[in-house]
Design a protein around this ligand. Structure first.
Ligand SMILES: [Zn+2]
Length: 245
């Protein structure tokens, strides 16, 4: 069955997001340090993945010349930036919830949108070339773990609910096999590389804006410089390894 492996690999890559939930079961003595570390780790991963993977791999596939590519980029990246502000306005209305909780929900929305095209991409790549699919799956698994942390840790530490943290992370993980299923059922016949690329640029806009405007100020607010720096360093190492694969 030609579609079995593409679907299995997309599911493994997506469900690896759940490994990020292990972060909430680690007994921590220094809670503020741990939250700071988790947020700065995931923001480093989101920025690195966007700048060194999503954008450079998407731009050439737009095939519209320098001017055309730039215009497409501005349009879709800009839409990503605007979307973060819209989502933020929407959850701002939820009274009484802390910044940390809102951050968890924003990460959740961003990662559902991120995992969907990632699932489509994993499916289509494996469909064309099994080996390419396997290395893509390993690379995605590596960065999806800290992405899972960016949902699970803020939601758990702001609500105290393990169930809610697990649920949100699981839903975002599910977006990846869902993307694969969509790729098979709907997109396979008419989706183009260019269309996936535009969506990935939009996702990069969302992840970079979320990281700089929301995650970074939240991570800084705990005033734990060492934890912040270690999170950034480990995030950079994780993405570098996944890019080398
Ligand atoms: Zn991912």
């Amino acid at each position: 069955m030609k579609i079995l492996w593409p679907f299995i690999l997309a599911s493994i890559a997506g469900l690896s997001t759940m490994l990020g939930c292990l972060g909430i079961f680690i007994p921590v003595k220094k809670k503020d340090e741990f939250i700071t570390f988790s947020i700065s780790l995931s923001l480093a991963v989101m920025i690195m993945v966007s700048v060194f993977d999503l954008i450079p791999s998407s731009l050439p596939r737009l095939n519209s010349g320098i001017l055309g590519n730039t215009l497409w980029f501005i349009l879709f990246f800009g839409t990503g930036v605007v979307l973060v502000r819209v989502f933020n306005k929407l959850i701002e209305k939820e009274k009484g919830s802390s910044n940390l909780y809102k951050l968890g929900i924003l990460s959740f929305i961003a990662l559902v949108l991120h995992n969907l095209p990632e699932g489509i991409l994993t499916f289509l790549s494996t469909y064309q070339d099994f080996n390419l699919g396997v290395s893509l799956c390993i690379a995605i698994t590596l960065h999806n773990i800290p992405e899972g942390i960016s949902i699970a840790v803020p939601i758990y530490y702001s609500t105290g609910s393990i169930k809610k943290a697990l649920k949100c992370t699981f839903l975002s993980a599910l977006a990846e096999p869902l993307g694969a299923l969509l790729a098979y059922l709907v997109f396979k016949n008419f989706i183009t590389d260019g269309m996936i690329s535009l969506f990935l640029i939009l996702v990069a806009g969302i992840m970079i804006t979320l990281s700089i405007e929301k995650m970074l100020p939240e991570a800084i607010s705990y005033n734990k410089k060492r934890a912040l720096i270690w999170g950034l360093i480990i995030g950079i190492i994780v993405v570098t390894i996944s890019l080398l694969i």
